[in-house]
Design a protein. Sequence first.
Length: 451
Amino acid sequence: MTMPRRAAQAFTAVLLAASTVTALSHTAAAADTLGSAAAGKGRYFGTAVAANHLGESAYASTLDREFNQVTPENEMKWDATEGSRNTFTFGNADQIVSHAQSQNMKVRGHTLVWHSQLPSWVSGLGATDLRSAMNNHITQVMQHYKGKIYAWDVVNEAYQDGSSGALRSSPFADKLGSGFIEEAFRTARSVDPNAKLCYNDYNTDGVNAKSNAVYAMVKDFKSRGVPIDCVGFQSHFNSASPVPSDYQANLQRFADLGVDVQITELDIEGSGTAQANNYSNVVKACLAVTRCTGLTVWGVTDKYSWRSSGTPLLFDSNYGKKPAYDAALAALGGTGTPGGGDGGNPGGNATCTVSFARTSDWNDGYNGEVTVKAGSAPINGWTVTLTFATPQKVASLWNGTPSWDSSGTVMTVRAASYNSSLAAGASTSFGFTAAKNGNNSTPTLGACTAS
Ligand code: 9MR
């Protein structure tokens, strides 16, 4: 298609204006995602990410829309980064880090010293060699990511389950003794003094023998000046390991030691209202603790969860928002969401009204803006029709999803994913550019339908 230069310039200007509008209205949409709602409370809301799913568009778009922090699920572990001694492989982890950076997401480094996913060459070393291999691993990995990681899980899962309160048997504990934890933290601090250094564990979510042992360690570290900044509570819950009633109190007692606390690997098996209530309680517990700086769920979608059959996450296998999503968002103070099972407006009182404005006009085209306003009840979706005079044609549309009747004159626009939910009385708008093709009339606006 050829266009006279002036028309082409005008068209470019319109497209620029259109993309500006998209960006502005997206940011302006108040707290309608987990990340933005958490940010409103001074927290982040993150997820574990697997590099091999980033190419799946629904995975990446859900990740980018909802979350503002990521933890590589496996890609930074010892077996992934140093499979053979002193040969480092960062490709998959780098992919996650650059994706996160392009989206302004924080990255949690997971994890430097852990008994699991540990290559067999490490377990085979004698004490002296093991100590230098551990310090070298921490140094090389942290140096590679220096300046890009907000917090590292320096040591992961060092304590035994059950009532002993003892360290778990591992090559590190068995050969280096309990001092390996302190040594790992001191090495980590010397490599990247700007990264927060965390201890991370599971079954430490309530007050129990295991969390008491971690508590005693953190208290000791703080009293002796061993560098530790934060404690991660993995929070993998199911019916055998439910959300403890003293969850918040436990987070608070750690925070009172002078460390930040984070929910680092949250997933809760179940479905429906029960699962939603559990998520709500966990989010509220974090918000109630000033030093609880953020939450991370252990995966974007049930489809790829390590406990997939327990459907423990916020998005179902088709990336649909679950009631648990609605509950987590509501607990964060976010606005209502579409498609969240029981989380929306179930009544028949959802209404909306529309108005139209021509926001700019030029020889052969104009921009139109349609404002959609919810009635006296919140709405989860809206649809508007516009009938255009022939031979006008819509060249582009933003902040809505258009479809056309067979004559090509009646355009039905439904909400975009991010502007479908409106609180009672709240408004949003979509816009379009139309080519006049010799007809300067204004389209006829149909009624607004809300759901
Ligand atoms: O989700 C991770 C899964 O893909 C791995 O196969 C597994 C191997 O140990 O690790 C899972 O993540 C774990 C995390 O790194 C540490 N806490 C427990 C997590 C769930 O097992």
